[in-house]
Write a protein that binds this ligand. Structure first.
Ligand code: 523
Length: 125
């Protein structure tokens, strides 16, 4: 599983989930599952194209891997926007948050451990 930290002008892009019911309404770093034979970087580019309608580049890791119950890990990458304006094609809503807002918003549990690392790159905390 891969997730993207898109940071522009000291704000991080968060996306509000619509599913499953237990995660609907919570905010996440957008991303998803790598398909068979797909590298994490390729998976992230595909997911962001599908979910947000943007092209991204880069991909330094940020924060620690989060072990998932099924044995996989969730890994976050910092990416740069290359083209497009993020749109909520697969989420309820998008929001750009600064460091203070990141601490106050309801994140999905798996993403919460990344907050201290993310804040180092954000304004306003
Ligand atoms: N997470 C998560 N944080 C996070 C992402 C992108 C995903 O905790 N930033 C978890 C939430 C789900 C699982 O990973 O339990 C799958 O995420 P999902 O649904 O975004 O992945 P998809 O879209 O590849 O999977 P399908 O919905 O099955 O298509």
């Amino acid at each position: 599983m891969v997730a993207a930290a898109i940071i522009v002008d000291g704000r991080l892009l968060l996306a509000q989930r619509t599913r499953p019911p237990e995660l609907a309404g919570l905010w996440e770093l957008p991303g998803g599952k790598a398909e068979a034979g797909e590298s994490p970087e390729d998976a992230l580019r595909r997911e962001l194209r599908e979910e947000l309608g943007v092209e991204v580049s880069g991909g330094d890791r940020i924060g620690d891997d989060v072990p998932l119950p099924d044995g996989r890990v969730l890994r976050a990458y910092r990416v740069e926007l290359v083209s497009g304006t993020p749109a909520a094609l697969d989420h309820a809503e998008l929001r750009w948050v600064d460091g203070r807002e990141l601490g106050e918003i309801d994140l999905v549990g798996n993403d919460r451990g990344w907050v201290p690392d993310l804040r180092l790159h954000l304004n306003g905390w």
